[in-house]
Design a protein around this ligand. Structure first.
Ligand code: FPP
Length: 249
């Protein structure tokens, strides 16, 4: 699969912008290494790219953006790096909450917040409550997220409800599972972007990406900007989505 280089300002069909864009933000470490900086400098620059991307989605009219910010596997990184990522996250929430709110962004979290530091959890809960009624855009942050763990959690919930006599086995269908995922009532992503030229899912949204279009970009996350998002959406608009059906059918 050839990697996509961004074209200069491709023409976007403003009426067919994807409803839900999901992004695996990869390449912070390599970006930093390429300029002889510590990895954490890459994550810091990655934070600016997050901000740019939220703004670009809002401007382009993308209603839902899901960002893979921290996976359940990321705890295996050196403690210094994990600590720096958590500090950065904490700082970012504190610094950006009001701006998100002013811009009508609703914050949601997909992931297991139970094992995050209490002060981060408190702050996240506060911003989720603050922005609950916002309608301009949904920012769904995948934090301490793992796709398989998410499915296991849903299965357990369903099993408990069956055991308690509140749910009948015949009523377990795809909707019953989907509703119990972190993404709950959100529609599945239309477009998945992964940066830094890696072509794998890394345990991200395993259930939800069943019919999603994938776009792999050869750009490190800290260098990701509006032009890359536009290029990915332009590519998405050239794909023919069939959802398992026949062409044109
Ligand atoms: C991948 O780069 C990125 C991450 C592990 C986490 C994403 C974090 C940020 C964008 C920082 C700011 C976050 C927020 C939410 C404000 P990598 O370290 O895997 O890069 P590499 O593959 O080149 O080593």
């Amino acid at each position: 699969v050839p990697s996509r280089q961004p074209h200069p300002a491709p023409a976007l069909d403003r009426l067919r912008v994807p409803t839900h864009v999901a992004i695996i933000m990869d390449g912070n470490g390599r970006w930093a290494a390429a300029q002889g900086l510590p990895r954490v400098a890459g994550h810091r620059a990655g934070r600016d790219a997050v901000r740019r991307t939220i703004e670009a989605c809002r401007d382009l009219g993308v209603p839902i953006l899901t960002l893979y910010a921290f996976s359940t596997e990321n705890w295996r990184r050196p403690p210094d790096e994990v600590g720096a990522l958590m500090d950065l996250l904490h700082e970012a929430i504190l610094a950006e909450a009001d701006d998100l709110h002013r811009n009508g962004v609703q914050l949601r979290i997909s992931g297991d917040l139970g094992s995050m530091a209490p002060e981060i959890r408190r702050e996240l809960d506060r911003v989720i409550a603050l922005t609950r009624g916002n309608q301009a855009m949904i920012l769904n942050m995948a934090l301490n997220y793992g796709g398989r763990a998410e499915i296991v959690r849903a299965v357990r919930e369903i099993a408990a409800e069956v055991a308690a006599g509140r749910l009948r086995v015949e009523h377990i269908d795809e909707r019953a599972v989907a509703r119990r995922l972190y993404t709950g009532d959100l529609p599945d992503p239309d477009l998945l972007i992964r940066t830094a030229n890696e072509q794998r899912l890394s345990n991200f949204l395993l259930w939800q990406l069943a019919y999603t279009e994938f776009c792999f970009l050869d750009v490190y996350w800290p260098d990701f900007g509006r032009e890359h998002l536009v290029a990915a959406i332009a590519e998405f608009q050239h794909r023919q989505r069939r959802f398992g059906g026949a062409p044109g059918g």
